[in-house]
Design a binder for this molecule. Structure first.
Ligand code: ADP
Ligand code: ADP
Length: 213
């Protein structure tokens, strides 16, 4: 089963991807996580992309496609969830051509729909564990008491002015990807409001109709 989880920053892509990995045995490919790990490791790639990420901008298409392709190849191509890729029509075109070429097309393109006010709330209260990358929300999923509080951080790009920038980049550059998949008949729109479990059930219900997982 191969799917892409799509949606604006804060829609719940990472949260739902992790549940799908745990319960359905899929591999999680998050270009955001790959990029953040490179920045944390201060690798050449990390230095190249840091300015884009911290400024709330997209990393250039050719750089991200190379990372996504490596990650797809690294786990054998058969079962994966793409989280946060593709984010431009160019990225989608390159990936579709590649996946068709190796006879491993996506089964569904799942778009989480969440109103802007909710996104701002989710992003402003999102916190990340600096070492494990685990994601929390100050109200809906607070860090457990046994976790060292000094390791719980806010992402630099989750500060209010960067959130506004990212939502506007999403509308201009990323949202058109939805029409691309709608035209291919692969778009599955899911209401992303409600509890983690409610959203999860909606996703699983829809994707199980499209492929056996
Ligand atoms: P969110 O979970 O808030 O949607 P991500 O963790 O997926 O954000 O991505 C964080 C940042 O990493 C993005 O704002 C962007 O700078 C970069 N990034 C991740 N995926 C892509 C992509 N497919 N294309 C371009 N930039 C990306
Ligand atoms: P994305 O990967 O799309 O940027 P995340 O999965 O990181 O989104 O979720 C953004 C924030 O919202 C996190 O703090 C997460 O714990 C929280 N969150 C995710 N899903 C829900 C939900 N259904 N209801 C409330 N908060 C949620």
């Amino acid at each position: 089963m191969r799917i892409a989880l799509f949606g604006p920053p804060g829609a719940g892509k990472g949260t739902q991807a992790k549940l799908l990995v745990k319960r359905e045995g899929l591999t999680h490919i998050s270009t955001g996580d790959i990029i953040r790990n490179a920045i944390r490791a201060e690798s050449a790639l990390g230095q190249e992309v840091r300015g884009y990420v911290e400024g709330g901008q997209l990393v250039p298409d050719d750089v991200v496609w190379k990372l996504a392709k490596e990650a797809i190849n690294a786990q054998g191509n058969d079962n994966f969830i793409l989280d946060g890729y593709p984010r431009t029509v160019k990225q989608a075109e390159w990936m579709e051509e590649y996946l068709e070429g190796i006879d491993r097309p996506l089964h569904a393109f799942v778009s989480l729909v969440v109103p802007d006010e909710q996104l701002v709330d989710r992003l402003s209260k999102r916190r990340i564990h600096a070492e494990t990358g685990d994601t929390y929300h100050l109200e809906h999923k607070p860090p457990p008491p046994d976790v060292d509080a000094s390791l719980i951080k806010q992402r630099a790009d989750d500060k209010p002015e960067k959130v506004r920038e990212r939502l506007s980049v999403y509308k201009e550059e990323t949202q058109p990807v939805e029409s691309y998949y709608r035209e291919k008949g692969m778009l599955v729109e899911i209401n992303g409001e409600g509890t983690f479990e409610e959203v999860y059930e909606r996703i699983v219900h829809q994707i199980k109709e499209r492929a056996d997982i």
